[in-house]
Design a protein around this ligand. Structure first.
Ligand code: 7UC
Ligand code: FE
Length: 284
């Protein structure tokens, strides 16, 4: 396989052979080192896309079945409705800063996305590197968050399902809280594969910060979101990753937050996703 750097963040990988163990090991190292990989010239159906995910770790089906590919549940489908009005998967997913499954007890290590239908305008995904953001924090802010924890929940981003129509919103919120209770973890997390410190907070899924005594420090979360670049799409920390059909994007889901760019026009857009847990030893 051949790698070449991109402007800003990430690398382009060509001639990757998924059957070669060396290529798979090198690809993983490249993901953790460069955070974003664009694999070129990829041709998959849902089953072979999943098989690629299996080479990198253990793929997980999304907990909400409405996102599942009809034949391969581990493939998550983000898609606008078909011209005939049929809806497969869920439209306009992830249009907010987040890390996949950040609201769950264990977020995913690696996300793979495979765009199938790409709109002509407003294409791409935005990324911010939270390890780089940690390195940029002022000493004051770093000290202020040192012993704090962050509380994550899907509450504000959970998508109402077709079967929720006419249900009281409070009942839906109670259901969300019982199925996916808020998760608390240190604001500064250590990356399990690189050992880098990361400010693991997002605008979409992080509800608040708690200090060492359990006091709510919402204002500190806001300051941290601003410092990491999540409150301004023109922040220099924001990387726009463009892609075309035939590209397959892989990223380090624990050290990046991402945000989908969706067209406001009614243009078709379809993207498949596989997310994996990687239990391999530290890959430095
Ligand atoms: O529809 C969506 O935006 C999905 C989001 C709430 N969760 C994606 C994930 O993997 O955490
Ligand atoms: Fe996502």
């Amino acid at each position: 396989m051949r790698t070449s750097p991109q402007a800003g963040m990430g690398v382009i990988v060509e001639d990757f052979d998924p059957r070669a163990d060396e290529d798979v090991q090198l690809l993983k190292k490249t993901i953790y080192r460069h955070k974003i990989v664009v694999l070129k010239d990829q041709h998959h159906d849902a089953a072979s896309f999943l098989a690629l995910g299996e080479r990198l770790g253990s793929p997980q089906a999304y907990y909400e079945p409405g996102y599942h590919h009809p034949d391969v549940p581990e493939v998550f489908v983000s898609a606008t409705a078909e011209p005939d009005g049929r809806q497969i998967g869920v439209p306009k997913t992830g249009r907010f800063w987040h890390s996949d499954y950040q609201f769950m007890p264990r977020p995913f290590d690696i996300t793979l996305t495979y765009p199938r239908v790409v709109p002509t305008v407003n294409r791409g995904t935005l990324f911010i590197d939270l390890a780089a953001a940690h390195a940029r924090l002022t000493p004051e802010l770093r000290a202020a968050i040192a012993d704090s924890s962050a509380v994550h929940t899907v509450r504000r981003c959970f998508k109402i399902r077709p079967e929720d129509v006419y249900r009281p919103v409070g009942e839906i919120l109670d259901e969300i809280d019982s199925r996916t209770p808020p998760v608390r973890r240190p604001t500064v997390a250590r990356h399990p594969h690189t050992d880098e410190p990361i400010v693991y907070v997002s605008e979409g899924f992080t509800e608040t910060l708690l200090d060492a005594d359990g006091n709510d420090r919402r204002e500190l979360l806001l300051e941290l979101l601003g410092a990491t670049g999540q409150l301004d799409l023109d922040d220099p920390a924001v990387h726009l990753q463009r892609f075309e059909v035939g590209d397959l994007l892989l990223w380090d889901n624990l050290s990046l937050v991402h945000r989908a760019v969706h067209s406001d026009r009614t243009e078709p857009a379809v993207s498949w996703r596989v997310t994996v847990y990687d239990d391999a030893e530290l890959l430095k």
